[in-house]
Design a protein around this ligand. Sequence first.
Ligand code: NIG
Ligand code: FE
Length: 423
Amino acid sequence: MGMMILNAGEIAHLDSMSTDSAISGHDMIDRESNVSPSGLGLLIEDGIFTSITDSQSLQTEYAPDWDGESTSSKLSIIDAKGCAIIPGLIDSHTHLIWGGDRSSEMRQRQSGMSYKQISDIGGGIQRTVTSTRKMSLKEMVSIGLSRVVEASKYGTCAMEVKSGYGLDTETELRLLEAASEISNISDVGIFPTWLGAHDFPHDKGRTNYFDELLSEQLPKVSEQGIANWCDVFCEDGWYTNDETESIVEQAKEFGLQSRLHVDEFVDSDGLALAADLGCVSADHVAKSNTDSRQKASDAGTMQTFLPGTPYVLGNALDLPLNECIDNNWAFSLATDYNPNCRFLSLPLVSNICCTRMGLDPLTALIATTRNPATTLGDDTITGRIAVGHSANVNIVSSRDVDGWCQTPGENPFSHTIISGNIV
Ligand code: NIG
Ligand code: FE
């Protein structure tokens, strides 16, 4: 059965330029080519937009007897009542599945300890590894699914999901298996990444674990076909650039492309490395230098900013988002959902960018839809509203498209539709 959304307000279709590439530069603030005026309707059949045209004509053709409430038409009808419509959101960086609780780290941070210092005394990632290793597959699926459902309430229709809290072959594989089970039962698209190189486990020597990554984890991940990408926490104090390069090159041999954590706390030329290695995305990139950013742009490596992390760590909110626009560098925004950064809401993360870093809400929308879509390599997830594309949309409780990220303590959406189904 199909669906019709009538009486749309503004539609941020983001279908400017016919190519599949990301939008960058001043095109990211160009309303004329990215937003249609109100008065349109959308016809959805078999999960795909089949017509986007004047609302009145659509109604006359498909549901002439609709009186605002009931109709004999087989289509289900949503009256948008002049509210704005945006594409389904895409969260291209999450650590979705883990157990335990790290709430006590707030006090440690407030007493002046850094992320690295907390990690060095067994907190941070290591602490979550201890609790995650104890989880059964069933527990992982259940907790991951509940988080996916929560994210979908905030408009997310697709999520990248990393392993990384096992740090041993068995648990890393279990985390990825859980992601694949969640993918089978959830409306939200799930895109798994192997992040065995998230840290070095305290119960194994550095060399031994590095060897395990290359000779055991990677071959098994590849053999089981349970990850789309490889990721490494490439950062001073964790994985070196040389170690990162070896892992990424070896992953390529196994047919896996990479998306990396780089330059979160210090600039170690991690973004330049990601560009040299041809990574699809380099994430955090808070401290990267200008040359690296240009290099990434030339190489087609997406810069993915994760504003939730400096926010929760109490660090400066000074990501060079508008600098990316001025320099025509494509970028995305994601939540980085993890035990320390519990954002499942892309509207909230985007709100921080708009209120604290002067980002235009339309730009934030492009950075959480069409741009991250280009890193997922799946033609059913395009972050656009256009005929022939999957029907993933959110109806905003505002007539203005910009309202999508201006309600930090409230859900901005009245409806979320994934592949033509209301979730
Ligand atoms: O992207 N920085 C590395 N990994 C995560 C945080 C992991 C954690 O603290 O548990 C991140 O922020
Ligand atoms: Fe992360």
